[in-house]
Design a binder for this molecule. Structure first.
Ligand code: GUN
Length: 292
């Protein structure tokens, strides 16, 4: 029997772990080619300020991933008591190192430190995170630039599962500078009809029910319930909140999976794509710098 979207028994599950493994495999090959050609490995430098456990875990994961792919790393740390001047001086020193193709300052910075000048200190050609306004502007205007890793990873997932974007009604929930906003720009570049919703959106459900593709990055566990999703929609859950019961996404997975066509779980959906994309960006920046 042919299934219409309305009669979907259960959604297909987006396997971010498997797609991330493919991205890492391709990145490892490109890294090895770079090393053979240039006599050094592509390099990623990170700075972690303070002792936020989640941030420390993320940074450790980035170093582990890099080592496994043949990417060299520089691992700088500063205490939470570091001054703005100290942070900026360490970032400037990392940027100046020739072997650092990508420079990443783990966010958020501890209270009292201003991320803005720090973001501007990492030049666009070493900005693996895609946070520099020049890179954001490049994405907005369709020019070549590095996009923020999580939304770039979502685009890889959508492409892998051959989700049709031109003309599709895509609703993004959340407009953060590092996820929701660049996500909307990347989708718009692909000719989707993009609606961006946020905390002040008057009727969120009215918007989300229109979505052929619903991308949620609100950081609000369980925000998206079954009644908010159009039958047959593709649902991408970027939200990751640590709770006593483990990691929780923004989508009430079990009930939404009953109406969606395709859905990304938490964990195992978008999460693994972020670090894999960061690795891929590092190697791409190394090749771009070497080509100059
Ligand atoms: N904090 C949470 N996610 C990220 C990220 O992708 N990059 C940086 N630098 N900090 C983060």
């Amino acid at each position: 029997m042919t299934q219409t979207p309305e009669t979907h028994a259960v959604a297909g599950i987006i396997d971010g772990t498997a797609v991330a493994a493919k991205v890492r495999e391709a990145t490892k090959e490109r890294a090895a080619e770079f090393t053979a050609r240039h006599g050094r490995q592509p390099g990623l430098a990170t700075l972690l300020v303070g002792d936020n456990p989640a941030s420390a875990t993320y940074v450790a994961g980035k170093h582990r991933a890099a080592a496994a792919l043949g990417i060299a790393t520089i691992d700088e740390k500063l205490p939470a008591t570091a001054t703005q001047a100290e942070v900026e001086s360490v970032v400037a020193a990392l940027v100046a190192r020739d072997e650092a193709d990508g420079v990443l300052v783990q966010m958020p910075l501890p209270d009292g430190l201003d991320p803005e000048p720090v973001i501007l200190l990492v030049p666009p050609e070493k900005d693996v995170d895609g946070f520099h306004p020049t890179n954001v502007g490049a994405i907005a205007t369709g020019l070549h630039g590095t996009a923020s890793c999580t939304p770039a990873g979502v685009m890889t997932l959508l492409d892998h599962y051959e989700v049709e974007l031109p003309g599709a009604d895509v609703v993004v929930v959340g407009r953060s500078r590092t996820v929701g906003m660049p996500m909307a720009l990347l989708l718009l570049q692909r000719n989707a009809t993009v609606t961006v919703t946020h905390l002040l959106t008057k009727d969120l459900a009215r918007a989300t029910r229109q979505a052929d593709v619903l991308v949620v990055a609100a950081g609000h566990p369980g925000l998206i319930t079954r009644d908010m999703v159009k039958p047959g929609a593709v649902v991408i859950d970027i939200g990751i909140t640590r709770t006593e019961d483990g990691l929780k996404g923004d989508v009430a997975f079990d009930e939404v999976a009953e109406v969606a066509r395709l859905i990304s779980p938490v964990p195992g959906g978008v999460g693994p794509m972020t670090i894999a994309t960061l690795m891929s960006h590092t190697v791409a920046l190394a090749w771009a710098r070497a080509g100059k």
